[in-house]
Design a protein around this ligand. Structure first.
Ligand code: COA
Length: 381
């Protein structure tokens, strides 16, 4: 086969698969899952319904959803032996590292050939979405010297996750906001972690290895993690008056420093997920009390629009998500694991799609090394 010699760094803009899962039109801020606008799904659907949609291709009927939900609830438990692995880790282990270990360990408990058996494959996809929150919450408790909290079958996916973190049922508004945040982060087309999942899946590796690869890709600070930095950055703004915020932004832009939570490779208008999160944040603050950092964020958004809106630099999903998670009482180093709790559903939808018509990924390279060199014996070097 003829090889292209044109290198596209980061494969930017190069299609690597056909997909019918998530669609983005960044010029108008459109995001759809399986053809349904994200705004409608965030308003109308429970997370479990969205998982079904992503992984099976259609919205479930009431009976299908009931069965799917019941199966997910059954799968939430993680055996004590599997969780024992966490007891051996140093307390400082990052929750993303612990999650990779937890997911890989689960692979040892479940056998079967997912490649030959579609039902088994779908079952594993559901199981992993069900168990990832249990793993994240268990490590969070074990690292603090506490016992993991068992999942509760009478709570929805997001509410149960918050319950397992703290051992207390969350405020209903907090549970609702967490649920919508999970819906918003479930899928985002061919980003780095989804690509990693598809590459690993294309080798016919088992789905636990697929999810471990994707978690590794998500853990890097260019992918997950920007929301942590938004909070840290906002706290460094010394003067929170409109003039002070403008001066701070102008100064950073003049130094060509990136302002965290702004800009996106695909969106050239405000990320639709940021709009939805912002709406949720207002309701959350009305119920649980305002957070001064939110007012500062809104001020910064207004100033940035005047300064760089014409360049297509607007808030992305991370701009408001950290502020929302902090209000939900989620520790900062769990922000990226919360992303994984949601995105695992999208990664596995992509695995299912990849295996419908699989070909192993094997890109080429642009050779920049030497060739046909004369070998020099060790004694002569
Ligand atoms: C997301 C991001 C990596 C997209 O990068 P990209 O598509 O490669 O865009 P570029 O880095 O090429 O930026 C294009 C222009 O916009 C500017 N720009 C982009 N994001 C910016 C930001 N957050 N703050 C200030 N300027 C920004 C760049 O300086 C560049 O300006 P120039 O044309 O004058 O050189 C980038 O916007 C960024 O680093 N944002 C901050 C981190 C963040 O919030 N990440 C979460 C993403 S969901």
């Amino acid at each position: 086969m003829a090889q292209s010699s044109t290198l596209v760094p980061g494969l930017a803009g190069i299609p690597c698969a056909k997909s019918a899962i998530g669609f983005i039109d960044g010029s108008v801020g459109k995001l759809q899952y399986r053809g349904y606008p994200i705004e409608v799904l965030a308003e109308e659907c429970a997370f479990e319904e969205v998982v079904f949609l992503l992984q099976r291709g259609e919205l479930p009927s009431a009976t299908e959803l009931e069965e799917f939900r019941a199966e997910m609830i059954r799968e939430r438990e993680v055996s004590f032996r599997a969780l024992d692995v966490f007891e051996r880790l140093p307390e400082r282990t990052h929750p993303m590292t612990a999650l990779t270990i937890g997911v890989s360990t689960l692979g040892g408990y479940h056998e079967g050939d997912h490649v030959e058996d579609l039902e088994l494959r779908r079952g594993i996809a559901l199981r992993l979405v069900a168990k990832v929150p249990t793993l994240v919450a268990a490590w969070h408790r074990i690292r603090q010297g506490k016992r993991p909290v068992s999942p509760r079958a009478d709570l929805g996916h997001a509410e149960n996750f918050l319950y397992m973190l703290e051992g207390e049922r969350p405020d209903p508004m907090a549970a609702h906001v967490a649920e919508v945040a999970l819906v918003l982060h479930a899928e985002h087309s061919m980003n780095a972690s989804t690509f990693a999942a598809r590459v690993t899946g294309s080798t016919l590796a088992d789905p636990y290895a697929v999810v471990s690869s994707a978690i590794g890709a998500l853990s890097g600070r260019l992918h997950g993690g920007a929301n942590e930095r938004v909070l840290a950055m906002l706290r460094t703004i010394p003067d929170r008056s409109p003039e002070g915020v403008r001066r701070w932004a102008e100064d950073r832009l003049a130094r060509r420093d990136k302002i965290m939570g702004f800009g996106h490779r695909v969106y050239k208008v405000k990320d639709p997920r940021a709009n939805i999160l912002q709406g949720l944040a207002s309701g959350l603050f009305a119920k649980l009390g305002r957070t001064p950092i939110y007012d500062l964020a809104v001020e910064l958004e207004g100033q940035m629009e005047k300064l760089v809106g014409h360049k297509g630099i607007y808030p992305n999903v991370d701009f408001y998500s950290g502020i929302v998670y902090e209000k939900l009482g989620i520790p900062v180093d769990l922000f990226t694991p919360v992303f994984a709790v949601s995105r695992v559903s999208g990664w596995l939808a992509h695995l299912l799609e990849q295996l419908e018509d699989n070909r192993i990924f094997r890109p080429s390279q642009v050779w920049v090394g030497e060739s046909d060199r004369a070998f020099v014996a060790l004694a002569d070097r």
